[in-house]
Write a protein that binds this ligand. Structure first.
Ligand code: ARG
Ligand code: ZN
Length: 475
């Protein structure tokens, strides 16, 4: 697994440079600078991971190796009781560090079993351990908290995070919602393994990521224990609760499938979910081995949500999905979940790829060819929103789920495929998924993989399709 601090070698130099400056300026100025950004001064972990689209998402100064979340949700009162134990490693000396948590009340924080000081304002939970943590030190943070979780409203007006439903909660946290239900280093730069222990009223099911380790019922409540063994970004964690019909089985490839379906969606979902093993097999042929030991689907009845999410190992759908949505969310398991972005600006590496997977599925299953889909989109006039910004530079968090990211991102891949030919194109996809498996990748790295494998100079073509404003000329 790739540690987040290795992803951004420039950051460390920036920290050093700023520390050098600070040695000569008054303390008040130092405090101001320290609060300003990722290159936090001295021994205070930064309040954000340094992503300009979401400046307070994530934090600096440490990497979370593992989250152990114990949750108890009362579906009637919508009250959540939580305990989060984070095993983390300091990437600098820390006398203070932040976690992201919004709207819930923190009742206690310990660091390595000693009570720690904490201050909670907005989405930042600022923790002051009793003893400073040295660079490289592993430490354990325990946060107890409770309240009524509310979703986060995103710059594009959508809501994500813990979204209550009539029988539980739809939990989908891209891009910012993790902080609505657990204290996190909530930026995809930081990936961690997870354990979940979730208690809900008997008759409800709590579905998280990975494999089900056990479930037991006592005193009118059922506790579900889930384990996500491969690293996961916080936004891909789920703990969706509802009245679900459950099926589980193991595929020919040994993947443990767990499907949870709201009865109101069961009839529409059944024929689509039946295709999951064949979709995963087809995607594995195209993209390389499926990256997780678990798979599945959570099909909720959450009519107000308006999106599905590729929650790791087990996507969550707000209603019965169609086949192309199933293909899309499962393609994300390779592109987005296993290979993660280091900045939200690169979101086309997730959405463009998952959309292109839909085009490929159609092409290979008796539907429109990718070329036909491309041509229909290309026929849109220059004034169409498809051309309103380039997929590799959405400009702000407001645009990260815009049409250009999905559709023009997929068009960029189609242009690449035409330039290098099918054989090299699919080698590029597999190499990308393999080389960055369980880690991260940037647009520049993708271009390098494509050029390296094809032996072609692709900079001009890819630059045009990924970064140029307005409708590109056809090559
Ligand atoms: N990644 C999701 C998808 O595949 C979209 C998530 C949208 N989230 C949001 N807050 N609008 O399509
Ligand atoms: Zn997507």
């Amino acid at each position: 697994m790739t540690a987040p601090h290795r992803q951004a070698p420039g950051r460390r130099t920036a920290v050093l440079r700023r520390e050098a400056v600070l040695a000569t300026v008054p303390v008040a100025v130092a405090a101001l600078l320290g609060a300003a950004g990722p290159a936090a001064a001295g021994t205070h972990g930064a309040a954000g991971a340094g992503d300009p689209y979401f400046p307070l998402s994530g934090n600096g100064g440490y990497h979370v190796e593992h989250y152990d979340l114990t949750l108890r949700y009362d579906t009637g009162s919508r009250h959540l009781d939580g305990k989060a134990v984070l095993t983390a490693r300091a990437t600098q000396k820390l006398t203070r560090f932040d976690l992201d948590l919004k709207g819930l009340k923190v009742t206690g924080v310990t660091v390595d079993r000693s009570a720690a000081g904490f201050r909670h304002s907005g989405q930042e939970l600022v923790v002051t351990p009793r003893h400073a943590l040295h660079k490289g030190q592993e430490f354990r943070v325990t946060v107890t908290y409770n309240g009524t979780p509310k979703p986060v409203t995103d710059p594009d007006g959508s809501q994500d995070g813990w979204i209550p439903t009539d029988d539980g909660a739809f939990v989908a946290s891209e891009p910012q919602g993790a902080m609505s239900w657990f204290p996190a280093n909530s930026h995809p730069k930081d990936k961690s393994t997870y354990d979940f222990t979730i208690t809900v009223p008997k008759g409800r099911t709590a579905v998280a990521n990975g494999v089900l380790r056990g479930q037991h019922t006592a005193n009118g409540r059922t506790t579900f224990r889930w384990h996500q063994a491969e690293p996961m970004a916080a936004y891909l964690a789920t703990a969706t609760v509802g009245k679900f019909k459950v099926e589980h089985y193991t595929t020919r490839d040994g993947i443990e499938v767990y499907n949870a379906v709201d009865a109101r969606e069961a009839r529409a979902a059944a024929p689509v979910l039946k295709k999951l093993p064949s979709v995963l097999e087809w995607e594995s042929k195209l993209f390389g081995p499926y990256p997780f030991r678990a798979a599945g689907s959570i099909v909720d009845h959450a009519p107000d949500v308006g999106f599905a999410l590729e929650t790791e190992s087990r996507p969550v759908y707000d209603s019965a999905p169609g086949v192309s949505t199933l293909v899309h969310e499962n393609a994300h398991q390779w592109f987005g979940d296993s290979v993660s972005v280091t900045a939200w600006k690169d979101i086309w590496l997730n959405e463009g790829f998952a959309t292109y997977a839909e085009w490929l599925y159609s092409e290979q299953h008796g539907g429109d060819s990718a070329q036909k889909t491309f041509d229909a989109l290309y026929g849109r006039p220059a004034s169409d929103e498809l051309w309103s910004f380039p997929p590799g530079d959405p400009g702000s968090g407001k645009n990260i789920f815009g049409t250009p990211v999905y559709a023009r991102g997929a068009m960029a891949l189609h242009e690449l495929r035409k330039a290098v030919g099918d054989r090299d194109f699919f080698r590029i996809l597999r190499c990308w998924a393999a080389e960055h498996r369980a880690g991260h990748g940037t647009t520049a790295q993708f271009v390098r993989v494509a050029e390296h494998l094809s032996g072609k100079d692709l900079d001009g073509l890819l630059h045009t399709w990924i970064y140029t404003q307005g409708k590109p000329n056809k090559s």
